[in-house]
Design a protein around this ligand. Structure first.
Ligand SMILES: [Fe+2]
Ligand SMILES: [Fe+2]
Length: 175
């Protein structure tokens, strides 16, 4: 399997969950929180592994650098919205509006990834590299799932830092 197929498989799994989220305004709290949990468990390991394996390779290449930097920012934005929904009792956000925004933002992000980012990546990555990346991606996801929220935030920061600063931080986080 190539990295593009591995990533698309996750995107396809996420989409129906986002549809259900938008339609869940009238469901009870437990149902909505379970749905948020499912989305988080799909989205966060996907995003961290995607950044570490796919984005981090592409950001050292001129042709793809700007595209992936934009992608990191969209990951951050989506996870912030997800947390707003999770803490909705406290901040009293309008569920449907925020759920719709999150769905729109992620659909846009997925479209850009599968479109412009995949297109550029195919031009700079050899097929063996794309296969190796898919394997590394699948291996990394369960590890992210086990890490806590703080661990994930720090990993996200490590993923957007310049490589020479990110490596010592990552070594520290995972020692
Ligand atoms: Fe993705
Ligand atoms: Fe992404």
């Amino acid at each position: 399997m190539l990295i593009y197929e591995a990533l698309k498989k996750d995107h396809d799994a996420l989409k129906p969950l986002l549809d259900r989220l938008v339609q869940s305004a009238d469901a009870d709290d437990a149902t909505r929180m379970a749905l948020i949990g499912q989305i988080r468990d799909e989205l966060v390991p996907h995003s961290r592994a995607e950044e570490a394996v796919f984005y981090n390779s592409l950001r050292s290449i001129d042709e793809t650098k700007d595209l992936v930097m934009h992608g990191y920012a969209e990951h951050m934005e989506a996870e912030t919205m997800l947390r707003a929904l999770q803490g909705q009792e406290a901040v009293k956000v309008d569920w449907t509006t925020t759920a719709q925004k999150l769905r729109e933002a992620l659909l846009h992000h997925i479209e850009e990834e599968e479109g412009r980012i995949f297109e550029s990546a195919r031009q700079v990555l050899a097929e063996e590299e794309a296969i190796a990346m898919a394997e590394a991606f699948e291996q990394m996801k369960p590890e992210v799932r086990e890490g806590g929220f703080m661990q994930n935030t720090l990993d996200l920061i490590a993923n957007v830092m310049p490589q020479r600063f990110a490596t010592p931080l990552r070594n520290f986080l995972h020692k």
